[in-house]
Design a binder for this molecule. Sequence first.
Ligand SMILES: Cc1cc2nc3c(=O)[nH]c(=O)nc-3n(C[C@H](O)[C@H](O)[C@H](O)COP(=O)(O)O)c2cc1C
Ligand SMILES: [Fe+2]
Ligand SMILES: [Fe+2]
Length: 389
Amino acid sequence: MIVKEIKKNVYGIMVNDWDRRLFDELIPLPDGTTYNAYFIKDKKNVLIDTADPRKTEKFMGIIKEISGGKIDYIISHHAEQDHSGSIPAVLSAFPAAKIITGEKGAVLLNKLLLTAEDRVLTIKYEDEINIGERTLKFYSTPWVHWPETIITYSPQDRVLFTCDLFGTHLATSNFYSSDYKVYSAAKRYYAEIMMPFRNHIRKHLDLIEGLDIEIIAPSHGLAHSNPEFIINAYRDWTADNVKNEVVVPYVSMHGSIDRMVDYFTDALIKREIAVKPFNLTVTDTGELAMALVDAATLVLGTPAVLGGPHPSALYATYLFKILRPKTRFASVIGSFGWGSNMLKIITDMLPSEIGIIEPVIVNGYPRQEDFNSLEKLADNILNKHRELK
Ligand SMILES: Cc1cc2nc3c(=O)[nH]c(=O)nc-3n(C[C@H](O)[C@H](O)[C@H](O)COP(=O)(O)O)c2cc1C
Ligand SMILES: [Fe+2]
Ligand SMILES: [Fe+2]
């Protein structure tokens, strides 16, 4: 746990969850995470977000101490329980406290946490509230990564509280990021959580760039005392341009796909195309998501299993579909024994705007003619990538 006065009377409260290894029962957390809340002491005392229910007891211990027994407002940026989950405990310990949130946030908090409606003050977007020496401004930033999300700006402090946006899943004993350490964790977090909403995020970046900000204070991981660094990284990741990279998620039961992917990887390297193969049996999906942030092309490698693709390949295809990376092209490397519908099942699942490059589907173990087809696939990809420039 870290409690840090980031500005006079503005405290960051970072509750570490060092050994959490999975988020939303989906996202691997190799480095744990933190739940960050913030506390502003002014004429009105304001708590910004809370902590995951796993850490309520610890969180409440800090809050009782830091608040001096007085909380007027609890700003809830996001109704997901990792930030809102300790709100019921705060409400019962501080009977005068009211939640401040947007209209959609109010509905979700009521549904998810059963919060009483008379404890909620609903703000209009672009609203502001004077709390004494400060006037806090609220902005609507829908879809980072839920529909109700808002952010809070304190112009007097030049601090922007962004909740999930610009977060990192990284348990840490530092409060501020050092750029080289945070980049990879922030990219992974973006890939897993924010990537499906990059068009929304681009608009929010325009808004944020118009504010005078010294500190970006998110609700996971490190805070950013160099806001430009993380904003520029998000600009890059959300931009439409793709890189000369191919991501190859694959699975192989008896070695045919293994052999083809190995050959194909070398064929791409020979053409100076960056390639990242991911053996799905041992892949951390966060790494795969991260590789998809910039890659121009996806090539799935799968054997036929019981009439369709291998379930691991289907899972990877589904993940690709819901993460909505900016990837432009896709193809398949397949191997079958007697016949299957795997190609159609995969291509039907891919987003319609993806350009399909002629797949290489082999009967059994690959022979010379199949390696020739893989060379052709690599050439086709090279040509498509050249057209992008
Ligand atoms: C459990 C299992 C189920 C299979 N189901 C099918 C199938 O439905 N259709 C088919 O054409 N081949 C099927 N096969 C054959 C494989 O797709 C074929 O052997 C392929 O070459 C395996 O590729 P790999 O060596 O990369 O695992 C199946 C193989 C296994 C082990
Ligand atoms: Fe969230
Ligand atoms: Fe979160």
